[in-house]
Design a protein around this ligand. Structure first.
Ligand code: HEC
Length: 122
């Protein structure tokens, strides 16, 4: 297993709010074609409302691939980061296509930060 893409956690920085804001722009560019963050609003992809803490492939109103349905883990910041870097590595056989992966660790951190701040509220 290769860990070279894993970024250290910069989550304790005071600039977190700014990171979430620029994360929204990155999210708009990279994810919003297929996803919303609104509960119940599924597009080509399932909605990402409260995605951190949600079981993978668990929305009842969305038709997941068998691979996603049976992934058997709960989304957290780490596996979400790995998934948007390289979905094939985290859920082989997934149906999130066409999606090329996001190579920049910094951009991924910002998107995950945006998803956490925009849709948290457990
Ligand atoms: C081309 C459309 C498309 C793009 C772009 C895309 N996704 Fe997806 N996404 C999908 C589809 C389709 C699925 C369902 C995959 C499956 O069932 O295997 C999915 C599934 C997911 C899941 C699993 C959700 C769950 O309920 O378990 C997450 C998390 C996710 N995407 C995050 C992202 C993020 C973050 C981005 C941007 C960096 C992104 N996606 C970009 C189409 C897309």
């Amino acid at each position: 297993m290769t860990c070279t893409l894993l970024s250290p956690s910069y989550g304790q920085e005071p600039a977190r709010q700014g990171a979430a804001e620029s994360g929204q722009l990155l999210y708009n560019n990279a994810c919003r074609t297929c996803h919303t963050t609104k509960e119940g609003d599924n597009r080509l992809g399932p909605n990402l409302h409260k995605i951190i803490g949600r079981k993978a492939g668990s929305l009842s109103g969305y038709g997941y691939s068998a691979a996603m349905k049976e992934a058997g883990f709960v989304w957290n910041e780490e596996n979400l980061d790995r998934f948007i870097a390289n979905p094939d590595e985290v859920v082989p056989g997934h149906n999130m296509k066409p999606y090329g992966g996001l190579a920049s660790a910094e951009e991924r951190t910002r998107i995950v930060s945006f998803l956490r701040s925009a849709t948290s509220g457990q």
